[in-house]
Design a protein around this ligand. Structure first.
Ligand code: NAD
Ligand code: MN
Length: 350
């Protein structure tokens, strides 16, 4: 019997509501498709911080390292600065496990009203570089106070770092049969971007049948709103990819839907799957959070683990439930987390 060990970090706020919902759904799929999941619950996050002065134990990374995947909810607490939750948990996991691809698919699920008029063609995957670029830990400095205040942030782009994410994006574009767009800003203002363009073009050039377009990030943001159907796979640096994927997620109707995967493509370390939304303190504890982003992330995890039928079965069940009109409040419906989850479970079990 196939069996997987998955570390669960529910984290904070609505993470504590949507992660348990996802494990119930995955357990039902596992029973149906003949595999097993042993969950290792990690009570890490802001409450752990208040008790121990850190987001996770000193050997937290080591404890995760022999697992098959990490399923994460969200971290973030109104009484804790975001740099603490980010640099104390999320960023160490992404970096120590060399999860250099951040994959963010977006498409329109049934019954969702997009803020755009015509999104019938929207089906995009953003491949965001996840460990270097503009979000670098080195060289940042600031002088605060006085009239000469300044802050400097250095971006770090390496040939190897650009090439590996470009390769992943080219292979994905090949598999999906669509084009590849590279987000850039090469008009001489940002020095790193002509280098990005050169490495992306040389890597993608090795793939016959993948058409590459480089589009300036500002124009690309506008084009995504005006003509989302023109895009399929988009490869972008850490900062550009972060912004674009939130933009596209918003086009898909609610931030509560969009999933993401932090992938270590050589599979030398676990990959991590998490919805793109945060801990939503404004609705936490009320049982109204949309679990779809967490479910979709779990589906990406199953796909990564090789359980393709279960991965597809999960999204089919979510779509059936939404098509039948069961929706959470962020999508204009009235279902709570529990009602939506029960509906998905009974769809899986019939
Ligand atoms: P957020 O995503 O938590 O919430 C933004 C808005 O969307 C809120 O109005 C919220 O109620 C709504 N929302 C989000 N997810 C929803 C869902 N599943 N169902 C229904 N509505 C949903 O973003 P924020 O308010 O900017 O941040 C709150 C905290 O989360 C902060 O501490 C932030 O740092 C953290 N955060 C964490 C992550 C992460 O863990 N990866 C990502 C983003 C933000
Ligand atoms: Mn973001």
């Amino acid at each position: 019997r196939r069996s997987y060990t998955v570390d669960l970090i529910a984290g904070d706020g609505i993470g504590l509501e949507v992660v348990p919902a996802a494990t119930r759904v995955v357990d039902a799929l596992a029973a149906r498709h003949g595999f097993g999941v042993s969950w290792r619950e990690r009570e890490w996050g802001s409450e752990y911080f208040f008790a121990h002065g850190r987001m996770m134990p000193v050997d937290g990374i080591e404890r995760l390292s022999d697992g098959d995947a990490v399923l994460l909810g969200a971290v973030g607490h109104p009484e804790l600065p975001d740099h603490e939750t980010l640099w104390g948990l999320l960023i160490p996991i992404r970096r120590e496990f060399v999860q250099y691809v951040n994959l963010r698919p977006v498409r329109i699920l049934p019954g969702v009203v997009s803020p755009l008029r015509d999104v019938s063609q929207l089906d995009i995957v953003v491949v965001r570089e996840n460990v270097e670029g503009e979000y670098s830990a080195i060289g940042g400095r600031a002088y605060r106070g006085g009239a000469e205040e300044f802050a400097v942030q250095e971006a770090v782009f390496t040939r190897g770092g650009i090439a590996r994410v470009a390769r992943f994006a080219a292979e994905l574009a090949l598999a999906r049969g669509g084009g590849l767009t590279s987000a850039t800003k090469s008009n001489g203002i940002i020095h790193s971007m002509p280098f990005w363009d050169e490495v992306v073009a040389s890597v993608v050039g090795e793939y016959d049948g993948v058409g590459l377009r480089s589009v300036l990030i500002d124009a690309l943001a506008a084009a995504l709103v005006l003509r989302p159907g023109d895009f399929d796979v988009i490869v972008a640096s850490n900062l550009f990819g972060d912004i674009l994927s939130d933009l596209i997620a918003a086009l898909a109707g609610s931030i509560g839907i969009a999933p993401s995967a932090n992938i270590n493509p050589p599979r030398e370390h676990p990959s991590m799957f998490e919805p793109i939304h945060g801990s939503a303190p404004d609705i936490a504890g009320r049982g109204v959070a949309n679990p779809v982003g967490q479910f979709w992330s779990a589906s990406m995890m199953l796909e990564h683990l090789g359980e393709r039928a279960a991965a597809a079965g999960l999204m089919d069940a979510v779509e059936d439930v939404m098509r039948a009109g069961t929706r959470t409040r962020d999508l204009g419906g009235s279902a709570g987390t529990e009602e939506f989850t029960s509906a998905v479970l009974s769809t899986i079990n019939t």
